[in-house]
Design a protein around this ligand. Structure first.
Ligand code: GRG
Length: 321
């Protein structure tokens, strides 16, 4: 009989593996000046849930298990996916560093500690974000010495997929919509125009948060050699998951405390940002998040996929930070 799957233990182990790989992969002096190395490490190694890189690894696992990979191949496949998982976390961290800047959300607390520009100044914080983004693509472009024959093409596909999600059609585009419609700080008066429709809210979320979550999962599936159908199923799962994640993020901004969240709470209301609780109320928002999680899990079941992705969906909707 197989022992019951301990999801908490799984998360602990994956986080430890990811943090070790991030620590090893970040540039150090004398390869780069100490100030930029310090600022990059400060934000990346400050904690965080590591949801996106865990998704990359879990998606690769789901593909390898679906294809019946033997244990040795499975381990090798996961090891090859780790640089991509780290790249995803570096892109996410860059977005947080830039989002916290005075020109954007102007926040002074992130992951439970002062934001990058508070510690290093605006100029270095901007550069640290730039360096994290470019380093992510350096990691993806590097060919591991033990890469199996033929997987160069997969790496290229994964790289293109992540670049698209991070750029103008994804996260940068979503952030541009967000600051255009809601970016005015309270003391600066009205934002350009109130954003009120659920379709607009959904578009911002899909680009700003959903695209990277989707690409995190898709990248793992592509690198593990998933067929087009399996990659599509994992991306469908991740699209529902991204929506659930964002709805819960909006709810936590209302219900959570800065201590629990490690970032300033109540900012959406202070900036009159349209959110799911604002448009639907808290109760309906929770229902919508649960519906999105069930849809995510259904996408897995329909494709015959198993493993931690199912529990990750439950975690996203029950989290308190
Ligand atoms: C600057 C191009 C650019 C984009 C910024 C991601 C983003 C776009 C802004 C962050 C602001 C925000 C609160 C977005 C909502 C969802 C989100 C990304 C929350 C933070 O992600 P978590 O909860 O953070 O996974 P940790 O710290 O756990 O990694």
């Amino acid at each position: 009989m197989t022992a019951a799957f301990d999801f908490k233990q799984y998360l602990r182990e994956r986080r430890a593996d990811i943090e070790q790989a991030l620590d090893a992969d970040l540039p150090r002096p004398p390869a780069c000046p100490p100030i930029i190395a310090d600022a990059m490490r400060y934000s990346v190694l400050a904690g965080g849930k590591r949801l996106r890189p865990i998704l990359t690894l879990a998606s690769a696992e789901a593909v390898l298990d679906h294809d019946g990979a033997d244990p040795k191949l499975r381990e090798a496949g996961l090891a090859l996916t780790m640089p991509a998982a780290c790249a995803v976390e570096l892109i996410h961290t860059y977005s947080l560093v830039h989002d916290d800047l005075p020109a954007m959300d102007d926040d002074n607390l992130r992951r439970g500690q002062p934001t990058s520009h508070v510690v290093y100044g605006e100029g270095v914080a901007i550069l640290a974000g730039d360096a994290l983004l470019t380093h992510a693509f350096e990691l993806l472009a590097r060919q591991p010495s033990n890469e199996p024959f033929g997987s160069n093409e997969r790496r290229l596909r994964a790289l293109g997929r992540l670049a698209e999600a991070a750029g103008a059609v994804g996260m940068v585009g979503g952030q541009a919509l967000d600051i255009r419609t809601t970016g005015a700080k309270p003391e600066n008066g009205e934002a350009e125009g109130p954003l009120s429709t659920t379709a607009e809210l959904r578009e911002i979320h899909e680009r700003k948060t959903g695209a990277l979550i989707c690409a995190a999962a898709g990248t793992g599936a592509v690198l593990a050699g998933g067929s087009r159908e399996i990659v599509a199923a994992i991306e469908a799962y991740a699209a529902h998951l991204g929506l659930a994640f964002q709805i819960i993020d909006d709810i936590l901004d209302v219900e959570g405390s800065a201590e629990e969240l490690g970032k300033t709470a109540g900012k959406d209301a202070a900036f009159s940002k349209p959110t799911y609780p604002m448009l639907y109320g808290l109760r309906r928002s929770r229902e919508l998040a649960t519906e999105a999680v069930l849809a995510a899990q259904q996408a897995l079941a329909d494709a015959g996929l198993s493993g931690p992705l199912h529990e990750i969906a439950n975690w996203v909707v029950t989290r308190n930070h």
